[in-house]
Design a protein around this ligand. Structure first.
Ligand code: F6R
Length: 242
């Protein structure tokens, strides 16, 4: 794993966005794996600014999101489909029918997971996957203890994850208890992975990732088995290592 040290959140977001822009320009048909939450917001605003200023085109790009809450439809402002439309897709020239987010309100969510996995296979996988990390080491919504062989599946969210995400909802009770997430094996099939780590709140997770053994108890540790991972971390997150 390669580590790039950024000064702060703004710098981390700029470095990551510039990297993605360069990849999109090199390979206009690139398939991107995208994350939601607080971490990638700065990346997305940089991509939008660059699209407006320099005209980087997403016309031929396909995207796959990592996860979605079960029970929230795409027009619910807390759903990840809404988040993606609002924070990125509505502001660039991507074709909406080339953007995929698992659907959290279909009748049969297990079938939806299988279809999502099939869709990824049909598209021959992700070229560049963007990841954030949970304080407990989760990637996607793969909580500690998830099998490294897992494919897209339905998860019960850890109380600490619901607590951490409650900041986006009016109350903790409103945070769904389940989500659909790409599995760890699904994520590991990506050709390249960019992991973003920002803030003091993530410094323990980064330290564990870099110092502990690969173990299902700490999902992100699996990334050590991937041949092409770059971590972009800011000073506050790296502080735990020094
Ligand atoms: C989001 C996702 C999660 C987040 C993680 C960190 O699609 O898959 O793994 O990346 O929970 O969230 P933030 O960035 O809000 O700290």
């Amino acid at each position: 794993m390669k580590i790039i040290e950024a000064t702060d959140y703004k710098d981390m977001s700029k470095i990551a966005a510039d990297y993605i822009i360069q990849k999109v320009n090199q390979s206009p048909k690139i398939k991107l794996g995208l994350a939601t939450g607080g971490t990638p917001m700065g990346i997305y605003s940089n991509l939008i600014a660059d699209h407006k200023k320099n005209g980087t085109s997403y016309q031929a790009v396909t995207t796959f999101n990592l996860d979605e809450y079960v029970g929230l439809s795409g027009d619910n402002p807390n759903s990840y489909r809404y988040y993606m439309n609002d924070n990125l897709f509505n502001h660039i020239d991507i074709q909406k029918n080339n953007t995929f987010v698992p659907r959290g309100t279909v009748g049969d969510v297990v079938k939806e997971c299988e279809s999502y996995e099939d869709l990824l296979t049909k598209h021959k996988g992700i070229d560049l996957q963007i990841l954030g990390i949970g304080a407990n080491g989760h990637i996607g919504f793969n909580e500690p203890g998830t099998s490294f062989h897992s494919q897209t599946h339905v998860v019960q969210l850890a109380p600490s994850t619901r607590q951490a995400n409650a900041r986006f909802f009016s109350s903790l009770e409103e945070v769904p208890t389940k989500a659909i997430t790409m599995g760890i094996a699904t994520i590991m099939k990506s050709k390249e992975i960019l992991l973003l780590v920002s803030g003091e709140v993530k410094k323990e997770a980064l330290k564990r990732l870099l110092t502990e053994n690969v173990d299902e108890k700490f999902p992100a540790s699996v990334l050590k088995n991937h041949p092409c991972v770059t971590i972009i971390a800011d000073k506050a997150a790296i502080a735990g290592l020094k």
